[in-house]
Write a protein that binds this ligand. Structure first.
Ligand code: HC3
Length: 415
């Protein structure tokens, strides 16, 4: 049975001992040799059995909201600058769940399952923030792209986004994240005003500790959050250098867009541990919040029981593969994966010969981003690279209202 059925945080198989077990040392060095020339989609990275994870990338979308009350907090703040700061705080609080939950004690980051086109991951969180709903769908296979929408209707807040990854090797594995997230909220001081938006860029990643067989994620350079209310959050990531520095560190600043020197808030810390939010610039401003990433209460994601899941839902679709990986049974793992891959090839062949496309259940593609979206990106020196994600993927409310199980009647991921 999948270890990831009820909560995302209990998802991956952990190597509690840390490092590669003696019997796996040979296949680990073969893996390191094989990735030295690696370049491309994560799906083409072949990994030895003991580093195969049991979480699919569609499930990773849930890491955005392990703390629903932090997610909805901006919706209650009347001052726009403080609201932007709370959005920044929430984003920083998602870094530990996203990039180190699976890897808490020792470097043991595993290779996730590569979603197939049409794979769904649906769930919700219920807590003092009310109900927060999650929809995640694999919307493209070539290039691989996952889209998601997370919304809390009570607080009028919605996060939608899509992302793909491009991997390359140079001293270690580098992963470029392509895509964006967009947070939309209704300002509480003026509920009749148009919703405000925050465009969020995604950090690039490299893997540390490969040589020691203890892989963990480190984030690179910087990302931005640009708001329609005229504020920019800039997050600079850094790691442990040869001489100084601590792993998984960052410094973030919030300033009026275009005035990078007029810092309103500064945040610094280590994202898997803790961070401090101060007023103004540098280390001397008044502390207004200390956030402890380790103790922050996690609300478990509720996903339907396996028997109630549709064949296109991740846990159901990957059930046999997950069981086989958990048992270390590689023959069955490969046989069950092949069933999915072969059926997917057949679906694509048929669609091509019939001149139609796979039907996405919750998201719709457009060829380019709307102008206001491009202009938020431009303010951060970025561009919406629609050509790299098979288009721009937006949550489609009309589709979502009619989508229900069985999602693709008569069809299953294995054909
Ligand atoms: C790089 C990564 C796969 C991609 C994961 C992404 C970028 C997926 C989208 C989420 O929103 C955020 C996210 C978090 C973690 C990222 C994974 C960490 C490790 C994994 C590599 C492919 C694993 C490499 C295998 C090994 C054995 C070297 O660790």
């Amino acid at each position: 049975m999948s270890p990831s059925l009820n909560t995302v945080s209990s998802g991956s198989t952990k190597d509690e001992g840390g490092g590669v077990a003696p019997q796996n040392k040979g296949s680990w060095s073969s893996f390191l040799k094989s990735i030295a020339s690696f370049n491309g989609d994560l799906s083409s990275m072949t990994a030895p059995p003991f580093i195969l994870g049991t979480l699919s990338l569609t499930e990773f979308s849930a890491y955005w909201t392990q703390h629903p009350s932090v997610f909805v907090a901006p919706a209650a703040e009347k001052d726009p600058a403080k609201r932007a700061m709370l959005v920044l705080k929430w984003f920083l609080s998602t870094l530990k769940p996203s990039y180190s939950t699976r890897n808490d004690k020792y470097g043991s980051e595993k290779k996730p399952l590569n979603p197939f086109l049409g794979e769904l991951f649906l769930g919700k969180w219920e807590d003092e923030a009310g109900t927060t709903e999650l929809v995640s769908e694999q919307v493209s296979h070539h290039p691989p792209v996952t889209a998601y929408c997370i919304q809390n209707r009570k607080h009028g807040i919605k996060l939608e986004g899509y992302n793909g990854q491009k991997a390359s090797f140079s001293r270690t594995i580098h992963i470029k994240q392509i895509g964006h997230a967009l947070l939309t909220l209704t300002p509480p001081d003026n509920p009749s005003a148009p919703a405000e938006t925050y465009l969020i860029t995604l950090p690039n990643i490299h893997i540390e500790g490969l040589i020691y067989g203890k892989p963990f994620v480190e984030l690179n350079s910087c990302t931005y959050i640009s708001s329609s209310t005229g504020y920019t959050g800039k997050i600079d990531y850094s790691g442990k250098g040869w001489v100084s520095g601590k792993k998984n560190s960052f410094t973030a600043t919030l300033y009026p867009t275009g005035k990078e020197k007029d810092i309103l808030y500064t945040v610094d810390g280590q994202w898997p541990e803790a961070f401090t939010i101060r007023e103004g610039s540098g280390k001397h401003g008044t502390v207004i919040d200390n956030y402890n990433s380790r103790n922050a209460p996690i609300t478990p994601l509720i996903v339907p029981a396996l028997e109630q899941q549709d064949p296109w839902e991740a846990n159901k679709a990957w059930e046999k593969v997950i069981t086989a990986i958990t048992k270390g049974d590689m023959d069955t793992t490969n046989a069950e994966k092949s069933k999915i891959e072969n059926a997917q090839r057949e679906y694509r062949r048929r669609e091509q010969s019939e001149g139609r496309e796979w039907e996405r259940k919750f998201f719709t593609r457009s060829d380019k981003a709307e102008d206001w979206w491009e202009s938020l990106a431009k303010g951060m020196g970025e561009r919406i690279e629609a050509e790299k994600t098979g288009g721009v993927w937006r949550f489609d409310k009309a589709k979502a209202e009619t989508a229900r199980r069985p999602f693709h009647e008569g069809l299953s991921p294995t054909g």
